[in-house]
Design a protein around this ligand. Sequence first.
Ligand code: NAP
Length: 495
Amino acid sequence: MNAVAQADERQRLALRRPDLLREAGFVDGTWLETSERFEVSNPATGGVLARAARLGAAEADAAVAAAHAAFPAWSAQPAKARADILKDWRRLILEHAEDLARLMTAEQGKPLSEARGEVAYAAAFVEWFAEEARRVYGVTIPGHLADKRIVVTHEPVGVVAAITPWNFPAAMITRKVGPALAVGCTVVLKPSELTPLSALALAVLAEEAGLPAGVLNIVMGDAPAIGEVLTTDPRVRKFTFTGSTPVGKMLAARCAATVKRVSLELGGNAPFLVFDDADLDKAVAGAIASKFRNTGQTCVCANRFYVQAGIYDAFAARLAEAVAELRIGDGLEGPTDQGPLIDDRARGKVAAHVADALRDGARVLTGGAPAEGAGAFYQPTVLADVARDALLCREETFGPVAGLVRFETEQEAVALANATSAGLAAYVFTRDNSRVWRVGGALQYGMVGINTGLISTEVAPFGGVKESGLGREGSLFGVRDYVDTKTLCLEVEPV
Ligand code: NAP
């Protein structure tokens, strides 16, 4: 890709505020350049959008030092003062929502309508935690002896290191940075090198909102080198990660030596259960929302469809019809429903899962092959009669493929759904109220969507059980991972 093509990609962005596109890291309130660069590409075209500074261990160390130095003053501010800055940040995010959405679509590939939705979602976390900042209440506990008084407070843990993935380049950041800043922590963030531009644009706006130097720092580039600093430096008191399960496990293990608090939002393998008594329209709409959002690249995407025998054929036909209508394309060039996969490797994984299912007797109802275009496009696909032990059922596909498996009984469906080491999200479609409670209770998942395919909101706790993670983000629980509980035990002189 030559310089002219990069200029073309920039022009297509048509940003109202071109200065939101940054290529430098952000450390101690300063934009940090290096001569080493890495390319940030548009996955829909292959065109280069930016050549970002490739930072490493030295810059990560400087970022931790800056966050450490900024912590005493930031944590000493009244909660309202921090909340006011967060509210301004949210206002600026919404004011520049269109630019942020265009940047996101360009670097990540999702349809513009979804990028707009994610910017609003990202802003909602900032708003929510600005509100929560003032309600980090402690408790008083009746003393265990006549002369004792016990007061419990919640204090910010200190420097937080956050590593985030490419599939939600803005919301995965504000879901961590929002609560951390709200309670008084300072942050070093490493966004994915595939999508650093959204993160850097958010930092421009945070600075404009009045966030003091060193409170939020961003380093990207050499992930292993940066990760090594963030997981081993004793000044970092909390490590929060969203990404794949193997990388999360490896980084969490490194945090043990300095006993950091650790939160993990890892991979899922979501089952989608459709019972004979389901509302067919709702089940199909839920399947589209849950499976095909972000071209199947969300951690809560339905991954395996278990459909009861009595509704199987009708559901399969209706879903295939709806999926065949999804419009594929470059999100910056008109309305689309499906963007490209993030890269060729991701498309290769999808193709391998489809090939494996077909080898074992699955039938293609729609799609089933790569789609045309310069980027890593794959046709939205529905496969019927997928084997229960197919790769599609055992691993997170992370692509636009719905594989259908037939079942007979409720017990069978629950057993199939729980037969995995993942436990992030599950979906159930039924009109039987008793079944809702039975199955909802029996599913070993952190989140269960019942008659809906959309479960993410800033007001509800988000997170998994089993190997899908530790901790919860969003909601009233979302601040807990960023505070330490302190007990003050007072002895009082008798009257
Ligand atoms: P990934 O490969 O694990 O990458 C996630 C982050 O880790 C990126 O910033 C990446 O940096 C960084 N990283 C990779 N190797 C590293 C290392 N050795 N040291 C330090 N950092 C390292 O995951 P992904 O492919 O970006 O994201 C997709 C996965 O995330 C899926 O499994 C999905 O289910 C999961 N996810 C989970 C949630 C949730 O809330 N549970 C939400 C979204 C996504 P570079 O990109 O710069 O290499």
